[in-house]
Design a protein around this ligand. Structure first.
Ligand code: ADP
Ligand code: MG
Length: 238
């Protein structure tokens, strides 16, 4: 399990600062939700941690080591995107193990890992289908399975349920939370949905305009909102 520390992190695109001197820590094995309205900088924060963007200032430490010199593939991070980012021409099995193949994991290990994760997320009967032949929920499970198959200690998810209907979202929240606990992953989960944040998180970091409004447990945010913005966003009595 890996702890993550973000120290005075900033990111500007041209003249616009979208992540503005942000610091926080996520403990090993913690389920941290980055919550906030559209455009507040959540995805940029995840991309910085994953190494898909370079910070303008500040640093990111994983298990105490500054990850700035590390390429995304060397950061021991799995990521699930909102769009799932599945390969349309590959079947479910190939999509799940794609990253393992790229990293040179031997075929026998890939097969074994595939059988395990496909069972975990209930895709055992769908391994030879193409993404186009799956429902939204099944595609989401493929993306989840791919992240789990990577066996990384850290998982970053960017609005993974936003394309699903309300009932399936509710089910998948429970499944993701159960898998995270079972596998002991450190999770940073991005959403703009306060219900999702409040039901899934150990820690909620509520962002607004590139800054942190409040960092605490769901109960703390609800019972002791640090600002009117927090109270309104969470829907707590102000
Ligand atoms: P969120 O995920 O919270 O909706 P984002 O991190 O995607 O927010 O975006 C924060 C702000 O940064 C937005 O105003 C967005 O337009 C801007 N932004 C994000 N990525 C880029 C980029 N590559 N170039 C320019 N502006 C960007
Ligand atoms: Mg986003």
């Amino acid at each position: 399990m890996s702890e993550i520390r973000v120290e005075h992190l900033s990111k500007a695109f041209d003249a616009k600062t979208v992540v503005d001197d942000i610091s926080f820590a996520v403990e090993a094995g913690e389920f941290c939700v980055l919550l906030g309205p559209s455009g507040c900088g959540k995805s940029t924060m995840l991309r910085l941690i994953a190494g898909l963007e370079d910070p303008s200032a500040g640093r990111i430490l994983i298990e105490g080591t500054d990850v700035a010199p590390l390429a995304p593939k060397d950061r021991r991070i799995a990521m699930v995107f909102q769009s799932y980012a599945l390969f349309p021409h590959l079947d479910v099995a190939e999509n799940i193990i794609f990253g393992l193949r790229v990293r040179g994991v031997p075929k026998a290990v890939r097969r074994q890992r595939l059988a395990q994760v496909a069972g975990l997320v209930g895709l055992g009967d769908y391994l030879d289908r193409k993404p186009a032949q799956l429902s939204g929920g099944q595609r989401q499970r493929v993306a989840l399975a791919r992240a789990i198959a990577a066996e990384q200690p850290i998982c970053l998810m960017d609005e993974p349920l936003s394309n699903l209907d309300a009932q399936l979202r509710g089910e998948m929240r429970l499944e993701i939370r159960a898998l995270q606990q079972r596998l002991g992953m450190t999770m940073i989960y991005v959403t703009h949905d306060q219900t999702e944040a409040m039901t899934m998180a150990d820690r909620v970091i509520l962002m607004n305009g590139g800054r942190i409004e409040q960092n605490g447990s769901p109960v703390e945010l609800y019972e002791r909102p640090a600002s009117l913005f927090v109270a309104r966003f969470i829907g707590a009595p102000a």
